[in-house]
Design a protein around this ligand. Structure first.
Ligand code: 6PG
Length: 626
């Protein structure tokens, strides 16, 4: 850490710096000792230095700072009047610095200057320096017009304040997470980037509004890092992709070996593996942790899907466990699930299941509302009733609340644009299912449905052109309940199967039962059903989650209702893409002989791609002479 004691001439930089050096047991340097003789001559003659005089001097200082930093800490007394000068000193934020600005009334400064005999600064330079000084938002500012001992005591108190951890990114999730952590008796530094006109003093404003919490705001990254105890624990809660890489590049330059960066955002798991390797070049640790629970979970307890070195995780697990939701047995919904990238992969599959679960509820709402003559209140009541049964889930609970919400007397659901967006995790899940060659029909149709929902103009034209008759009919509520239940079991089974097959592919040895356990609370797909999966998945010997004896028993009971629901819904011209993709998957999965025989024959017919006969003792990988 470099402590920069700065300010105009006669503000007390040297005396403060020297005493501070004694108190902190850190070497002291005076920037004046590094001026080239031409600068000293100018100053003695009362000629103010200009930018081109100062640049070479600042560069010499920066070189020295680099070597002082290698040996540990140092205190530098330097005028550093302009932002651009300070930027040179900290090498564009690569060097962690604590800024201590000394301020005094002009009259005091003038008096001090007049009493100086030896110093080469001419008193006439004071006015020019005061004009040049750019006072920044960041750093410590102290009134140096007090007794020296007292002043340095105050500075020591301010600079030695070190926090347990830092959170970067003050979006909704970052803010709520910081509040959650700070209520668990951890002191938290918070940082948000500065973007003129868009993101200004975000961390400062947030800390101001939440004075009862233990939050220390920063808008300078080096200062933020400088405020943390070693090894530093830096939690990232920022947008995935480029912004994450950008901040990691900056952190790489200012963090020290042994420090820990924890990415809590939704990141693609391959990126997390790459980032871990990137930081490892400087022996900085990286942990990728998927977090689910939205802003409420971030504030009150979420589900944390962690991964990375187990010894490194141990250093932060006391924090994670305290901010997690608790399962039915009071255990925290957090776990270190494996090596680099695994946590973010598991979060991706969580979201893939989430896509299916959201869509299934949406389809039932649509069927009931527009084809079964049920009004919004009635549908909400059905969801409430289901939520007291084995179908209970967080998503069902919030959907009935959504249906109950009105704006100016109108149901909000009738005011919202019907375009569903997606931020990427669904697509990542699908890419992975494609790359691993594992079907996840409910995910693909959920995702395709979101894309289709955004084609508003075409949809309107198609609706006007085709004038499809949206018919009304009757379906027994019990049939709908069982059909929905069957589709959910299939959706979950496909998600867990993707986890299992990917685990085998990469030799991750994922503990699926433990994953189900940490998904029983805090996360978006928490439900009664998830509790059942803990037990189901504890048996490691099944080929596919849908082949577990208890799942088989359940689906044998439920599937006929799914078939019935769809046959009626199709006749009513009601589309239920995810219910039907779950049934289609199921009917194909459970059928020993599939029409793929024709596809394989066609491939060989037109492209000589090869054939196998079923009977393994017969022809293998041959081309038929069609
Ligand atoms: C969660 C959510 C959360 C977020 C999704 C939104 O588990 O807390 O999944 O991560 O809501 O990223 O994803 P889409 O924008 O893709 O729907």
């Amino acid at each position: 850490m470099i402590y920069l004691v700065y300010g105009v001439t006669a503000s007390g930089k040297t005396s403060v710096g020297k005493l501070l050096s004694e108190k902190l047991k850190v070497p002291f340097y005076d920037a004046d000792d590094f001026h080239p003789s031409s600068n000293i001559k100018k100053m003695k003659n009362g000629i103010p230095l200009n930018d081109s005089d100062r640049k070479p001097w600042l560069k010499i200082l920066r070189k020295n700072i680099e070597s002082w930093q290698k040996d540990g800490s140092a205190i530098l007394a330097c005028s550093a009047l302009k932002e651009s000068y300070r930027s040179i000193l900290m090498d564009d934020m690569k060097i962690p610095m604590q800024f201590i600005l000394l301020q005094s009334p002009i009259s005091t400064l003038k008096k001090r200057l007049e009493s100086r005999k030896e110093h080469f600064i001419s008193p006439t330079l004071l006015d020019s320096q005061i004009k040049t000084l750019e006072v920044p938002e960041y750093g410590i500012r102290v009134d140096s017009n007090v007794e020296l001992e007292e002043l340095v005591k105050l500075i020591v108190k301010k600079v030695s304040k070190t926090n347990d951890l830092g959170v970067i990114g003050m979006g909704t999730m970052g803010k709520n997470l910081s509040l959650n952590i700070s209520t668990k008796d951890f002191s938290v530094s918070i940082y948000n980037r500065e973007v003129k006109g868009k993101e200004e003093n975000v961390a400062g404003d947030f800390a101001n509004k939440n004075k009862d919490y233990n939050l220390m705001p920063f808008n300078s990254l080096p200062e933020f890092i400088g405020s943390l105890t070693s090894p530093r624990k830096v939690f990232l809660m920022i947008n995935s992709g480029h912004p994450t890489d950008e901040i990691l590049t900056q952190l790489m330059m200012i963090l020290d070996p042994g420090d820990i960066v924890i990415d809590l955002g939704n990141s693609y798991f391959i990126d997390s593996q790459r980032r871990s390797k990137f930081l490892a070049q400087k022996k900085i640790h990286f942990l990728g942790i998927g977090v689910s629970g939205g802003h409420y979970g971030a504030r009150n307890g979420a589900s944390f899907m962690a991964s990375g070195d187990k010894y490194v995780y141990k250093m932060i697990s006391p924090i994670i466990e305290k901010i997690s939701a608790l399962d039915n047995n009071g255990k925290s919904c957090s776990s270190n699930l494996g090596s680099d990238g695994v946590g973010h992969f598991v979060k991706t599959v969580h979201n893939a299941i989430e896509y299916g679960e959201m869509q299934l509820i949406a389809e039932i709402y649509h069927l009931m509302r527009f084809h079964l003559n049920m009004n919004i209140d009635k549908i909400s009541n059905v969801f409430k009733k289901w939520n007291k049964s084995d179908l209970s889930s967080y998503l069902l609970e919030i959907t009935s609340k959504i249906l109950d919400t009105k704006v100016n007397g109108v149901h909000i659901i009738d005011l919202i644009d019907d375009k569903a967006e997606s931020k990427g995790t669904g697509a990542w899940g699908l890419i992975n299912s494609i790359e691993t060659g594992v079907p996840f029909d409910t995910l693909s149709s959920s995702l395709m449905f979101r894309y289709l929902s955004s084609m508003t103009d075409e949809r309107k034209m198609a609706s006007d052109t085709y004038q499809i008759n949206l018919k009304k009919g009757v379906i027994d509520e019990k049939i709908i309940e069982k059909a929905y239940s069957a589709a959910r079991v299939i959706n979950h089974g496909l998600g867990f199967n993707l986890l299992q097959k990917t685990s085998v592919k990469y030799r991750w040895d994922l503990n699926l039962s433990e994953i189900a356990r940490i998904w029983t609370n805090g996360c978006i797909i928490r439900s009664k059903l998830m509790n059942d999966w803990i037990e189901i998945l504890s048996n490691k010997s099944f080929e596919h989650p849908l082949l577990h004896v208890s799942v088989v028993k359940e689906l044998k009971k439920l599937q006929p209702s799914l078939s019935e629901l769809l046959s009626v819904a199709i006749k009513l011209n009601c589309s239920l893409p995810v219910h039907s993709s779950s049934l289609n998957f199921f009917l194909s999965f459970t059928n020993k002989s599939l029409p793929s025989v024709i596809i394989q024959a066609q491939r060989d017919f037109f492209g000589m791609h090869g054939l196998n006969f079923k009977d393994e003792s017969q022809m293998k990988n041959f081309n038929h002479q069609w």
